[in-house]
Design a protein around this ligand. Structure first.
Ligand SMILES: Nc1nc2c(ncn2[C@@H]2O[C@H](COP(=O)(O)OP(=O)(O)OP(=O)(O)O)[C@@H](O)[C@H]2O)c(=O)[nH]1
Length: 638
């Protein structure tokens, strides 16, 4: 990630800065001993901000209790989110207009607000972070654009006009301003005190594929979530004619989140509704959109208007030359279909095998083989089942019509042919063909899916039990293994030990080198565990930087388990970790517990190991503590 350096660019003074209460909040929150009551008092001096925060707390809380006071709103939303929201709201009020002619300030906030709401709603189904914090991230995700429009009003106006699909805003910014809006956004958010994980995720949210976050990691999920929120905002603000640019990708991303088109539609409709409510509150335009399913249906339905242009293979069977010419002319020259002709049923049968028509239009009364016989013969074949057969008849007698349907025709027209009616009936035939084709496609797909499902199920089972970053078995696998080992050792003479491992000061690694490097460190540690463990020692990643090992031993003494843990600790402490140009050393703390007679469940064993780990952390880190006989033993003191 490359952050802009505003002071080097000489623009520090010109960056958008929140004013009034928001600015005071920023300063106040830097004090470590600040209390909620002091923050409440500060916010209450601004009635508009108080109202917005209370509304925010009521909109996102899972509880049904209505919030009516600022202190309650802070308690529900959290201090961090309150600070971020206050900054966002303040900037919205200050920057509703500006001097950059081509920059649409109102549209900018409208987009940001929709992205904020979409981010907040998307994150609710995960436990990645607080929805309110992600709301603030969405709101500020493109603050760099506003900054560039504020700092360089004229130049930025020119750039905005120069944009083309091949010449993106980012390229132009880089070329003419020696920075870009993402770099500036990152610098501003750093300055506002946004946590690093959000700053990095926002930086890459327009092009998540450029981030080096490992698949499945927290920043990876946040950056993809912000990308989808941005797509929803792009969709919400695009003119009707351009909405289809976004719908396909939205459906695709929705699919990845297990949202079918209907659920995705309902989700987006709700987001748009919230957007309008917030728009009113913040005096930001928020357009009315038709329900998502209608937009999709319109896009799918559009080809129907060109039904007549859709070329079908049609076989006309008619013995009367003047009528044959008329129908052929109508179908081929006026309606543009590919037409084949035959003058009796027998001829038609052999031609049909050759040209495989979509539709057969046949006269009833003909020499050699009449229309009814032809229909019955066609229906007797496999491929003839799917044909659409229209009977032409001068008869409009109810009994005759029933006979024709009994023989297998799908529709009939009476002679002389009425062009409008004929066209309408052809449209029905076209729909039938389309349905049939899509059914055939679905059927084929279903067969393929069933085969793929078996493979996918096996892969899913593996994924559900594996941590994607380190490829170690995950917490769920750990819980299952723990329970199995507990039961197995109950039946055998083996002794069971649980070792909880926590990397020391891992937050510092993230803060110093960024989350992407932090992820690489986790991978290296996991690889080291795998390398040093014996066949019977399985390691699990049970949390961010927390691991667990289950150690089984024939010896009832704790010594071998302690020796094993110590070997591990010393190995990690001696490990030189090199990633790109960064070189670092890290350490781990460990808590061991032995399955003791008085323990009733595996949870008690785990909790004993946790107590030992806590003691190892508390008494200096880079050490091993053992919980035994209700006491904690420091394994590194002599
Ligand atoms: N890079 C990365 N960081 C993670 C991941 N999961 C959790 N973290 C980070 O791990 C850090 C854990 O920090 P703390 O719980 O404060 O612990 P610590 O800094 O290791 O301090 P001690 O445990 O007390 O030594 C936080 O910064 C989390 O954001 C992950 O998948 N990738």
């Amino acid at each position: 990630m490359k952050t802009a350096n505003p002071s080097q660019l000489g623009i520090s003074e010109l960056l958008p800065t929140p004013r009034g209460v928001a600015l005071a909040l920023m300063t106040a929150c830097r004090q470590e001993d600040i209390t909620i009551s002091e923050i409440s008092k500060l916010i209450q001096t601004d009635p508009a901000l108080s109202g917005r925060l209370i509304k925010k707390a009521n909109m996102t809380g899972l509880s049904t209790r209505t919030i009516t006071s600022v202190p309650d709103a802070i308690a529900r939303v959290g201090l961090n989110a309150v600070k971020q929201l206050a900054m966002g709201f303040s900037l919205i009020d200050q920057y509703q207009i500006g001097t950059c002619n081509q920059f649409d300030y109102q549209q900018f906030w409208s987009h940001s607000l929709l992205m904020a709401i979409a981010s907040q709603e998307l994150v609710k189904s995960t436990r990645l972070c607080s929805p309110d914090e992600l709301f603030a991230c969405g709101l500020m995700a493109r603050i760099g654009c506003l900054a560039l429009a504020t700092i360089y009003p004229e130049k930025y106006s020119e750039l905005l006009e120069k944009q083309t699909p091949d010449l993106t805003l980012i390229d132009l910014e880089k070329q003419f301003l020696q920075t870009n809006h993402n770099e500036l956004t990152a610098a501003i958010l750093n300055n506002y005190g946004f946590p690093q994980i959000f700053v990095e995720s926002i930086y890459y949210h327009e092009t998540p594929e450029e981030s080096c976050f490992s698949e499945g990691s927290r920043p990876y999920q946040i950056v993809h979530l912000l990308y989808m929120a941005k797509l929803i905002a792009d969709f919400g603000l695009s003119p009707e004619s351009e909405q289809n640019k976004y719908t396909t990708e939205l459906m695709l991303l929705g699919g990845k989140m297990s949202l079918d088109t209907e659920s995705l539609g309902l989700f987006i409709d709700d987001v748009i509704k919230d957007w309008q409510t917030w728009g009113e509150l913040l005096k930001i335009p928020a357009a009315e959109l038709p329900p998502f399913h209608k937009i999709i249906n319109n896009q799918i339905a559009r080809p129907e208007s060109t039904v007549d242009k859709f070329s079908l293979r049609i076989l006309i069977v008619e013995d009367e030359p003047s009528n044959l010419v008329l129908v052929e002319e109508l179908l081929s020259r006026i309606l543009g279909h590919t037409v084949f002709t035959a003058c009796n049923g027998k001829e038609a049968l052999s031609l049909a095998v050759e040209v495989l028509p979509h539709i057969v239009i046949t006269d009833w009364l003909m020499p050699v083989m009449d229309g009814l016989k032809l229909t019955q013969s066609l229906r007797a074949t496999d491929w003839g089942q799917n044909l659409y057969i229209i009977m032409m008849t001068s008869l409009d007698d109810e009994e005759e019509v029933i006979e024709a349907f009994d023989a297998g025709v799908d529709d009939y027209v009476t002679k002389p042919i009425n062009i409008r009616e004929f066209r309408a009936r052809l449209r029905a035939a076209w729909h039938y063909r389309k349905l049939q084709e899509s059914w055939e496609r679905d059927h084929e797909q279903l067969k393929r899916f069933t085969a793929e499902l078996a493979v996918t199920n096996r892969k899913l089972e593996h994924i559900a039990l594996t941590d994607m970053l380190t490829e170690l078995p995950n917490r769920r696998a750990g819980t299952e293994a723990l329970s199995k080992a507990w039961n197995d050792t109950g039946r055998s003479n083996q002794q069971m030990f649980v070792i909880l491992i926590d990397i020391d000061h891992f937050k510092k690694i993230n803060d110093t080198y960024g989350h992407a490097i932090g992820d690489q460190v986790l991978k290296k540690i996991a690889a080291a565990f795998r390398a040093i463990g014996r066949k019977n020692d399985v390691f699990f990643r049970i949390g961010g930087e927390e691991f667990m090992a289950i150690h089984l031993n024939d010896d009832t003494d704790a010594k071998p388990a302690v020796l094993f843990a110590e070997r591990l600790r010393q190995h990690i402490a001696a490990l030189q970790i090199n990633i790109d140009s960064f070189h670092m050393k890290i350490s781990i703390s460990m808590g061991i517990a032995i399955k003791e007679k008085n323990m009733k469940t595996e949870d008690q064993l785990l909790s004993a190991a946790d107590k030992a780990l806590y003691a190892a952390k508390k008494t200096g880190r880079n050490k091993t503590c053992l919980f035994i006989d209700n006491k904690i033993v420091d394994c590194n003191s002599n």
